[in-house]
Unconditional design. Structure first.
Length: 468
RNA sequence: GGUGAGGUGGCAGAGUGGUUAUGCGUGGGCCUGCAAAGCCUAUCUAAAGGGGUUCGAUUCCCUUCCUCACCUCCA
């Protein structure tokens, strides 16, 4: 497949017959995750699912930054240790993202568990005279790295003239960034240069190299990490290995609210937990994939609602196939129909292979749903059709990470009894009684669709924001 | 100020040098005991403004305007 690479500003071919190693910059665990984090993580989770469905062997590493000034500040305010705060947020991370049906990464390395690796890396840079020890810490010599700024397309001279660079007299150059910061405050670690803690960027260099090797296929994260985080990672890593670092730099766009980036500091965040409560995991996944990954998505109730409607259509489709009539009669147009759906699946794959165009892929996907539901409304979904179509649909659901609510055998049994009773009542035109049963069934989370000759039942996901 | 990405119909959102995706919404109809879902049909006749290249531009080039992001922690 082809993926747009931020570094070369061009589409790069990804060979899926070889191992695909992905490093995703995860979250800093100073607080719970918001929907902006979820967008990036869902994009990469879906990419990973697509690659695996295409036969690739994927190794997926996602870090937790658990040493950070905001965590320390919280620790000082609350009296709890930084470690406890980090662990709490890591726990809620897993609660949130398990609910979002995000597959587990191969490893979730934590910064605090890789201090030695970072120190080794820094030592190497100091030995090469690419880093130096100053009053407040160990810094990287930006001027000694050729093409510093190549990822973010920034020039050192432009950065220097920018008024926003913090001036620290002890540094050789204001742009030099910290590899190690001296500190006696907890948490801190011993190092050859003095007690302290690592700079932010060094963890990702150390951990990506440790788990994936000196060169790997994809390094991902949000667009806001391009500078300085990923820029600095490149400088450190390539200075250390003397090799090109990641082959493809892939960046996800921001979630905005009223066109403004969602972030804790602006104070316009929607937490994952909160949005899950209102909309559930499937609608959120569809929402996050409804725009191209590289572009921003504006968070609005309307857009969520739109995806809720689509989700309901999908649930209907799934149950129509599952409860296909037992008739073995083979529709003469069966082959044409299957060919049509197979073509759609191909278009779906092609869209994803072309820089992971999820909005286009979803268009194809819902095109398929529409066709199946159309056939279903005419009661033309027979077992032979369902048997062939269901695997295609399930494969797409797996790639998209969507989960239709399933029913238990017990539920099915009691539903059948109630349905039979309702059918009798309807036939004898005792509609009030029949409607009572429908209500009773809907209390079980089961919804009915009366076709001409049969009643479709389906278990719908309970979604609080659903008006019904 | 610098750098980058954009500005597509009521909204969302792709592709494309010429046959003007798709979805949502909205109107009407069909189906239904009712409902829901679905179907049919219609609707909006879209490309920020101005130049240019071209037989022809939403798509290429220039320019103006606007928006967002990054330049500080950030997914």
């Amino acid at each position: 497949m082809k993926i747009q690479d931020t570094l070369s500003d061009s589409e790069k071919e990804l060979d899926i017959t070889k191992k695909v190693r992905i490093y995703l910059c995860g979250v800093t665990v100073y607080d719970v995750s918001h929907i902006g984090h979820a967008r990036t993580i869902i994009v990469f989770d879906t990419l990973r699912r697509f690659l695996e469905a295409s036969g690739a062997n994927v190794e997926f590493i996602q870090n937790f930054t658990d040493v950070d000034d905001k965590i320390i500040k919280k620790a000082n305010e609350s009296g709890e240790s930084a470690e406890i705060i980090s662990n709490k947020n890591i726990q809620s991370y897993f609660e949130d993202f398990n609910r979002l049906n995000v597959k587990a990464a191969t490893e979730y390395p934590k910064a605090t568990e890789h201090i030695e690796d970072m120190i080794n890396l820094i030592q190497n840079l100091v030995d090469k005279d690419l880093a130096y020890v100053a009053k407040n810490g160990v810094y990287f010599h930006v001027s000694k790295f050729p093409n510093y700024g190549k990822l973010s397309k920034k020039k050192i001279s432009d950065l220097e003239s920018g008024a926003r660079v913090e001036i620290d007299e002890s540094k050789d150059n204001p742009l030099d960034f910290a590899l190690w910061k001296f500190s006696n405050e907890l948490p801190n670690w011993n190092s050859p240069w003095g007690n302290g803690k690592p700079g932010w960027h060094i963890e990702c260099s150390a951990m990506s190299i440790k788990y994936l090797g000196e060169e790997f296929e994809i390094h991902g994260g949000g667009r806001d990490l391009i500078f300085p985080h990923h820029e600095n990672e490149i400088a450190q890593s390539e200075s250390f290995t003397q090799k090109p670092f990641a082959k493809i730099w892939m960046h996800a766009g921001m979630i905005t609210i009223n066109g403004e980036k969602m972030s804790k500091s602006v104070g316009n965040i929607k937490t994952v937990n909160n949005v899950l409560e209102n909309w559930g995991p499937n609608v959120i996944r569809l929402f996050c994939l409804s725009g191209h990954y590289s572009k921003p998505i504006d968070y609005t109730e309307n857009l969520l609602k739109e995806n809720l409607v689509k989700w309901r259509q999908l649930e209907t489709c799934y149950y129509e196939l599952r409860l296909a009539s037992d008739s073995d009669s083979v529709n003469s147009e069966l082959n044409d129909f299957i060919a049509q759906l197979t073509k759609i699946k191909q278009n779906f794959d092609t869209a994803l292979e072309n820089d992971f165009n999820t909005p286009l892929a979803l268009t194809e996907f819902f095109n398929m749903i529409k066709i199946i539901n159309g056939l279903a409304s005419e009661e033309n979904i027979t077992k032979p059709i369902a048997t062939q179509v269901m695997p295609i649909l399930e494969k797409m659901l797996e790639i998209l990470g969507l989960n239709v609510i399933k029913t238990t055998d017990d539920e099915i049994e009691s539903i059948f009894k109630l349905l039979e009773k309702r059918e009798e009542l309807r036939k004898s035109k005792q509609f009030d009684e029949a409607d009572n049963i429908r209500t009773q069934i809907s209390d079980m989370g089961i919804y009915l669709i009366d076709h001409k000759n049969k009643t479709l039942w389906m278990k719908k996901e309970k979604i609080n924001s659903d008006a019904n």
